[in-house]
Unconditional design. Sequence first.
Length: 213
Amino acid sequence: MPVNLFITGTDTGVGKTYFTRLLLSSIVNRGKKAIGFKPISCGDREDAEIIMRASFPEPSSLELINPIHLKTPAAPMAAALIEGKEINIEEIKDKYKNLVHSYDNVIVEGAGGWAVPITSDYYVGDLAAELCSDVIIVVDNKLGALNKTILTANAIKDKGLNLAGIVLNHIEPERDTASISNRSILEQTINPPFIMEILHDETEIEYPFVSID
């Protein structure tokens, strides 16, 4: 079954690109075509370049997977206002449709967290709802993660979308007490289809889904 997922985070800098790259690699290693899609990038384009290199076949142009690039390192709405630009949602949806027709699996990486504004009345969660039905939350596994994760999970469900799983990413090499207990608490409260833990500097992951055609 093809995998078309939206990867969101509890915040910026939690490891969305890191997980997206690992997930793409795990699919490609199974002999399947897979591509990452970074609809909006702000600041540099390093994240988009990383997922482009992890895609197979690798696309011919970065613009195919990153149609909107704003140079200001800020939320999309703020960056667009600063640069005097408008974010074209229809362009994003068109590029996504083209990728779905060309690749078996498309992994979409959002910008920042679920409620980050793209325009004054359109948020990252709204874009997710237009592109995908299944969402994975990437979490910086530390003290304070439970609140952000549960709020994000509830917002995803309120959109009528499916919470496909949670990724607890260990950004720091040292672990605190919360990072050890967070998984158990989330299993008892949210109980998503899977919770995956990624250790600090892990280079590959086991494919998290039961099957892929």
